[in-house]
Design a protein. Structure first.
Length: 224
């Protein structure tokens, strides 16, 4: 059976920090499972909403029970994700949290399986899906901890992993480059030399970490 992996890019940029880390995660998966079926989703390319609170996924015996019923650009993707082995979600941190598109996606992904009864995950879910999270942020690790970022993103991870039922892993890339030319923007708060050093010395290590995460999850999958 083919390992099925979904890479979800919650950044508006397709080839910068978050996207590059997600690419390394994907490469890590393929290093273990060259024939893996990997689908990348760029959320900013999709016309979709967050949960609209229709509760169709909660109707006993309903045709959309345990399944998101709202028909928009995300509907088909969510249907395909039901057969995933691994879902990796990447997002930059905006104002202490993931991007709005990422949050809306998570609402739609997990709510059909976030049932109002114990145990979690839903007792009717036969397959468990592993979840991975990749975050990028322009603040340092100390600043992120002081601002409470870890608690916010930790809560999000907990909701996803408890609903999907699989194992969870995550990583953060700190003090990342926001632009390639800091002289062009009003950005006096940041130490540009420190940013350049991080890009040169630390970001390659972050890419290696993302690669390792992908390889590790793939190696432990039942379909590998």
């Amino acid at each position: 059976m083919t390992l099925k992996v979904f890479i979800v890019n919650g950044s508006p940029r397709k080839d910068f920090n978050t996207a590059r880390l997600l690419g390394s995660f994907s490469d890590g998966v393929r290093s273990v499972c060259p024939d893996a079926d990997i689908e990348r989703i760029d959320l900013y390319d999709i016309d979709f909403k967050g949960c609209v609170s229709c509760f169709a996924c909660k109707v006993k015996g309903g045709k959309s029970y345990l399944r998101c019923a709202y028909d928009d650009g995300l509907r088909g993707i969510l249907d395909r994700m039901e057969d995933a082995d691994i879902i990796c979600i990447g997002s930059p941190i905006y104002f202490s949290d993931v991007t709005g598109e990422t949050r809306c996606f998570v609402e739609r992904l997990v709510y059909p399986h976030h049932v109002f009864t114990a145990p979690f995950p839903h007792p009717e879910r036969e397959r468990k899906i592993a979840s991975a999270f990749v975050y990028t942020m322009n603040v340092t690790e100390d600043m992120a901890v002081q601002a409470g970022y870890m608690r916010t993103i930790g809560d999000l991870e907990g909701i996803v992993s408890s609903s999907l039922g699989g194992e969870k892993t995550s990583m953060c890339s700190y003090n990342t480059y926001q632009y390639t030319d800091y002289g062009r923007y009003v950005s006096d708060f940041w130490d540009v030399e420190d940013k350049e050093r991080q890009r040169r010395e630390q970001f390659p290590k972050d890419l290696e970490q993302a690669f390792g995460m992908g390889a590790d999850l793939a190696s432990r999958s039942e379909r590998t």
